[in-house]
Design a protein around this ligand. Structure first.
Ligand code: ZN
Length: 64
């Protein structure tokens, strides 16, 4: 089934309650620990990451 928010194909049983769920479901499907994007985002806010270290996922989240 496809998520109505993020339009990603979700595994059966997965369900997005909000945008954050979408992100975490996407992480999980890519073998990333859920919540990693939040850590990356927090680091970016602290100026600890550069564009070079941003994951594709973080880039995606900026474009939403
Ligand atoms: Zn979703």
């Amino acid at each position: 089934m496809k998520c109505k928010i993020c339009a990603w194909e979700l595994k059966q049983g997965d369900y997005c309650e909000d945008f954050y769920d979408c992100v975490e479901n996407h992480e999980e499907q890519n073998g990333i620990k859920r919540g990693s994007w939040m850590i990356q985002w927090g680091k970016r806010m602290n100026g600890k990451t550069t564009k070079k270290t941003d994951s594709k996922f973080v880039q995606w989240s900026k474009n939403v």
